[in-house]
Design a protein around this ligand. Structure first.
Ligand code: AMP
Ligand code: ZN
Length: 459
């Protein structure tokens, strides 16, 4: 089967083909580590984690997700808190990895840190200067946008518009307003490294160009990130890498996720309308948040709300509810293949809404099957299919006991059920009904079946 991905550069869905048969290189722009990740920042991490997993079924995958640990926002956080930069970055790298882990995001194969690649950045900048694509001025090095005639191709921007739109006051060391910084000088109190242009630090864009080349080579198969990175970050990475590599293709496929918003406003640290993953995972199962992030197609906007979380929790209830009371033999579970309809939806530009609706077809099929062997087979297919999205892999009983969605704890529900069943056995139907009503008014429905009494949330 073929994998289709939407490529931002070509503005269309294309057949995915890696440069080398059987091997995929993928780079995702990672976090700038000066505070906690918000749920919008988690969207690319989750979406491209699903893509990496999907690709691993067919290819050897080398997936790099970097850490930007030198940046003016980090410097500002250090001034504001009085804490050393290293302490801030170490703390938020750990928090980022823990928070993404709580959402079921697997660690990438490589997590390069910008500060560990300064030599590679300097080398790339020197090459750009030597080949006439960049110039040094006043302790800065600037990329000469006019020297690269395809500049603007990724974001479909016209350089003339960029010039017209640039702020009136242009830094005196720039030849043209659209030229961007590759290197800038540092004052003694700021982080800095010795370079041919004096003590300084890199611009943000060159970090990713240097790190992706170091770990994945000159041409990468997939370059991914949020939509806001198309311009200027990815446009500039594309210009730098193409020019430093004698015109070789930098990324064969560009993938960008849409924005996550709240009340229709983009979630962003600068606007201050953020929900931190770190806080959310304290009260909401990571799996629910993960599913909420996958409920819309990754290129579409996604509006975050309590209703979205509630419907995601109910979807997991339905999946776990169908899997409940089925003991899968390890062999059956391990050898199960996902349903082809779920796989096909994901291989069609990561169509997670379609994949989820196919998953619910499997749930329905399982629920209406009585024969034990067939139920096992359906359950194994359902589990293998849900695994493609990294959901519903836990124990169904644990899911329901930790997540009653009612004021009653799982233990109290079980106690009321036992009391009701004891009353029934003693033919004390008034008490039995009273217990059932008590459960019902707390939003819990009970059902008597061949393996005893089970409960579920109402609706
Ligand atoms: P940052 O730490 O701000 O560089 O962002 C890390 C990643 O999160 C980048 O890929 C951004 O494009 C992405 N991102 C930031 N805000 C949002 C949002 N509201 N919705 C979706 N992705 C976002
Ligand atoms: Zn980047």
């Amino acid at each position: 089967m073929t994998i289709y991905l939407h490529d931002t550069l070509q503005r269309r869905k294309v057949v995915f083909e890696p440069l080398q048969a059987g091997r995929v290189t993928m780079y995702l722009c990672g976090p700038t580590v000066y505070n906690y990740a918000h749920i919008g920042n988690a969207r690319p991490a989750v979406v491209f984690d699903v893509l990496a997993g999907l690709l691993r079924r067919r290819y050897e995958v080398i997936f790099a997700r970097n850490i930007t640990d030198v940046d003016d926002k980090i410097n500002a956080a250090s001034v504001e808190t009085g804490k050393p930069i290293d302490e801030i970055t170490a703390r938020f790298i750990k928090a980022y990895n823990d928070d993404m882990g709580a959402l079921g995001v697997l660690p990438p194969d490589i997590q390069p840190r910008a500060t560990e690649h300064i030599a590679e950045m300097i080398e790339m900048i020197e090459k750009l200067v030597a080949d006439g694509f960049a110039y040094a001025a006043d302790g800065h090095v600037l990329f000469d946008v006019a020297a690269f005639d395809r500049y603007g191709q990724l974001s479909k921007r016209d350089v003339r518009e960029l010039i017209a739109g640039a702020r009136v006051e242009v830094a005196p060391y720039k030849r043209a307003p659209q030229d961007f910084v590759l290197w800038k000088p540092s004052t003694p109190e700021l982080p800095g490294w010795t370079s041919p242009w004096g003590r300084g630090r890199p611009g943000w864009h060159i970090e990713c160009s240097a790190m992706s080349e170091k770990h994945l080579g000159r041409t990468i198969d997939i370059h991914a990130g949020g939509q806001d990175l198309v311009f200027p970050h990815h446009e500039n990475e594309l210009a730098q890498s193409t020019c430093a590599h004698g015109g070789e293709v930098f990324a064969r496929h560009w993938l960008h996720n849409g924005f996550l918003s709240m009340d229709s406003t983009k979630m962003s640290k600068s606007l201050g309308n953020v929900l931190l993953v770190h806080d959310l995972v304290k009260t909401i199962p990571g799996e629910v948040i993960r599913l909420a992030l996958l409920s819309a197609h990754y290129r579409q906007p996604l509006d975050w709300s309590d209703d979205l979380l509630e419907s995601s929790r109910k979807m997991l209830d339905r999946i776990y509810g169908a899997l409940r009371n089925i003991q899968l033999v390890a062999d059956v579970r391990e050898s199960a293949e996902p349903a082809s309809a779920v796989l096909a939806a994901l291989e069609d530009d990561l169509n997670t809404p379609k994949a989820l609706s196919e998953l619910f077809n499997l749930v329905r099929q399982l629920n209406k099957t009585d024969e034990t062997g067939q139920r096992m087979a359906h359950a194994a297919t359902l589990l293998a299919s849900a695994a493609l999205m990294g959901i519903a892999q836990g124990d169904a009983e644990v899911w329901f006991s930790g997540n009653t969605g009612s004021d009653l704890s799982a233990d109290n529900i079980r106690r009321l059920i036992d009391e009701r069943n004891a009353a029934r056995a003693a033919k004390d139907f008034a008490i039995a009904d009273a217990k059932r009503d008590e459960l019902q008014s707390a939003g819990i429905i009970i059902e008597d079946g061949p393996s005893g009494t089970t409960w579920r949330r109402a609706n």
